[in-house]
Design a protein around this ligand. Structure first.
Ligand code: 5AD
Length: 502
C-alpha cells in the first residue's frame, strides 16, 4: 500500500498577518530544546506558505517512508513544508544532507525494521559526520526517549503533529553544525506534542506526478480499539473542511491526477459542520474530470446508509470497500472494543452486497489477540470463508506498550499458535482470492492505465474498479486512459488480458 507522488497545490498563497491565537498555538507546539541553547524562545512557525521564512542554509533532504498510506501522505506534507522553507527534497540518499525516516509503530516488527535501518544510517553518518538523521512519525511519538537510547546518534525526533517545526529544527541543527558544535555535545530536537487542532489544512503537499493522488481528509483517531497504538501516537480525530477538500481534488485533477484516494484512520467517521462522509464522497465524485475516487480505511461501525448510498449511486466512487473485520468472534471483538458484533458485521456485508451487487471487499484480520480460544479463532476462519474477501491483510497480534490491551489484557496466545492460525487463514484467503480471480476469466473489466508493466515493456498495468491489478498489451492506449480489458488468464493476484473496444 505504498509509494510517493507530486504536485504543488496552494490553498492560500497570500501573506497573512499571524493572529495571536496562532502564536499561542505555535508556542505550545515548540517543545524543541537543545543543550547548546538554541532556540530557547519560541520562533515564528509558518502558518501559511506565504509566511514561511526562507532558509539561508538550504539542505537536501531525503525522506524515507515506512508504514501505511497515511505516512506516505505525511511524507508528502513534510516535503511541502521543507520545500516551502527553501530546502530541497532529493530522491537518492547519496545526494542528501538530511535523512528523515518517517516511521510506523503499528506492530513491533515495524519498529524493529526502523531500528535496524537507523543503525545502517549511523554507518553512513560515520563517513559523513555532518549528515542529519531525523526520526519522524508514529514510532518517534511512541518510543520517545527510548528511541534515543536505542539510536543516540539521531538528531531530530518529531511526531505527526509537529511537522511545522521541521524548518526551525533543521535551521538550528545547521547553525550548530556551522558553529562546530558537535552532534555528540547536544541533545536532539524533540517535537512530540500532540495537537488536536493541527490538520495542516493550509500546507501544500508535494506529490510525484502520477495517476493516483492520496488526500488526507482526517487526522487522528477517537476509536480506542484496545490493540491499537494509533490514538496514542496520532492523537484525537480531526477532519479537514469539506470545501477545502473539494477544492483540493479539483486542483489535483487540474494537475493531471485521475484518481484520488481519501485517507483517514477511520475515514468514514469524517464530519464537517453537519456534512458526513457520504456527503464528502458525493461532493468529490462530482468534481469535473475526476475518473475515480477511493477511500481507506473505514470503520464498520461508521458505515452509514449515507456512505453506502454514495458508493452505490456515484459513478466515480469505486465499488471496492476495505472493511477491517479484525476478528469473526463477538467475544474477541468485545475485548478489542470494536463496537460491533460479528452478526452486525455480517448484516452490514449483506446490505452492502444487496445495494452494490458487484462490490469487492477486502479486510484486516488479527489472529492470536489476548485470550483468543480455538473456538474464537474458528469463528474468524468461518467468517472469512463465508464472506469470501477479494483480499485481506492478516496479522499476528503484536502487543503495543501504552495500548488498553497492554494495560489490561495478557498477551497469552503462544507465538506458535499465533503462527499456525495465521498460516491457516493465509491459505484460506489465497484459495478464495485465486477462485475469485479465476471466475473473472472471460469477463471484461474496466482498467485505469497506471504505467508500464515492470516485467514487460510492451504491456501496461492498471487497477480495476475493484482494485485488482491488471496487465495487458499497450496497443492504442496510454497512461491515464480508462480501457476495457477482457480477462484471459490470471496469476495469484493479477488479471491478465487484452484491450477490447468499449
Ligand atoms: N497487532 C497486530 N495487528 C495490528 N493492527 C493494528 N494494531 C495491531 C496490533 N497491535 C492491524 C489491524 C489494523 C491494521 C492497520 O493493522 O488489523 O486494521
Amino acid at each position: 500500500m505504498l509509494g510517493i507522488f507530486s504536485l504543488w497545490t496552494y490553498r492560500n498563497t497570500t501573506k497573512t498577518t499571524r493572529m495571536p491565537k496562532e502564536t499561542m498555538k505555535d508556542q505550545r507546539l515548540l517543545p524543541l530544546y537543545n543543550k547548546s541553547g538554541l532556540p530557547e524562545t519560541p520562533q515564528q512557525i509558518p502558518k501559511k506558505p506565504g509566511d514561511t521564512p526562507q532558509q539561508t542554509h538550504p539542505r537536501r533532504v531525503y525522506i524515507e517512508t515506512y508504514g501505511c498510506q497515511m505516512n506516505v501522505s505525511d511524507s508528502e506534507l513534510m516535503a511541502g513544508i521543507l520545500t516551502q522553507s527553501g530546502h530541497q527534497t532529493v530522491t537518492h540518499i547519496d545526494d542528501a544532507d538530511v535523512v528523515l525516516v518517517n516511521t510506523c509503530a503499528i506492530r513491533e516488527n515495524a519498529e524493529t525494521k526502523v531500528i535496524n535501518r537507523l543503525q545502517h544510517l549511523n554507518h553512513r553518518k560515520r563517513r559523513q559526520p555532518e549528515l542529519i538523521i531525523g526520526v519522524c512519525g508514529c514510532m518517534a511519538q511512541h518510543l520517545r526517549d527510548r528511541l534515543l537510547e536505542a539510536a543516540p546518534y539521531v538528531d531530530l525526533v518529531m511526531g505527526p503533529d509537529a511537522y511545522r517545526n521541521l524548518p526551525i529544527a533543521l535551521d538550528s541543527l545547521i547553525r550548530d553544525e556551522e558553529a562546530h558544535i558537535s552532534l555528540k555535545d547536544r541533545d536532539p530536537f524533540l517535537g512530540l506534542r500532540l495537537d488536536k487542532t493541527e490538520d495542516y489544512a493550509d500546507i501544500a503537499p508535494i506529490r510525484k506526478d502520477g495517476i493516483r493522488a492520496w488526500l488526507t481528509i482526517q487526522r487522528g483517531c477517537d476509536k480506542m480499539c484496545t490493540f491499537c497504538i494509533v490514538p496514542f501516537v496520532r492523537g484525537r480525530e480531526r477532519s479537514i473542511p469539506l470545501k477545502l477538500l473539494v477544492e483540493d481534488v479539483q486542483k489535483l485533477v487540474d494537475q493531471g491526477f485521475k484518481e484520488v484516494v481519501l485517507l483517514g484512520q477511520t475515514v468514514n467517521s469524517y464530519h464537517d459542520n453537519g456534512s458526513d462522509f457520504g456527503d464528502l464522497l458525493f461532493a468529490v465524485g462530482e468534481v469535473n474530470g475526476l475518473e475515480r475516487v477511493r477511500f481507506t480505511s473505514p470503520h464498520p461501525a461508521d458505515a452509514t446508509d449515507s456512505m453506502i448510498e454514495a458508493m452505490a449511486s456515484s459513478a466515480t466512487v469505486c465499488k471496492h470497500l476495505h472493511l477491517p473485520l479484525q476478528s469473526g468472534s463477538t467475544t474477541v471483538l468485545e475485548r478489542m472494543r470494536r463496537t460491533y458484533t460479528a452478526e452486525e458485521y455480517r448484516t452490514l456485508v449483506a446490505k452492502l452486497r444487496e445495494r452494490i451487487p458487484n462490490i469487492a471487499l477486502s479486510t484486516d484480520i488479527i489472529v492470536g489477540f489476548c485470550g483468543e480460544t480455538d473456538e474464537e479463532f474458528e469463528q474468524t476462519y468461518r467468517m472469512m470463508a463465508d464472506i469470501r474477501y477479494d483480499s485481506a491483510f492478516m496479522f499476528k497480534y503484536s502487543e503495543r506498550e501504552g495500548t488498553l490491551a497492554h494495560k489490561a489484557l495478557p498477551d497469552d496466545v503462544p507465538e506458535t499458535v499465533k503462527g499456525q492460525r495465521l498460516k491457516q487463514i493465509i491459505e484460506l484467503q489465497e484459495q478464495i482470492a485465486a477462485d475469485i480471480n479465476t471466475a473473472a476469466i472471460g469477463r471484461t473489466v474496466t482498467v485505469l492505465v497506471e504505467g508500464e508493466s515492470r516485467r514487460d515493456a510492451d504491456k501496461y498495468h492498471g487497477k480495476t474498479d475493484s482494485f485488482k491489478t491488471t496487465v495487458f498489451p499497450k496497443v492504442d492506449s496510454k497512461i491515464g486512459d480508462v480501457v476495457n480489458v477482457c480477462v484471459d488468464s490470471t496469476t495469484a493476484h493479477t488479471l491478465i488480458g487484452q484491450i477490447i473496444d468499449g
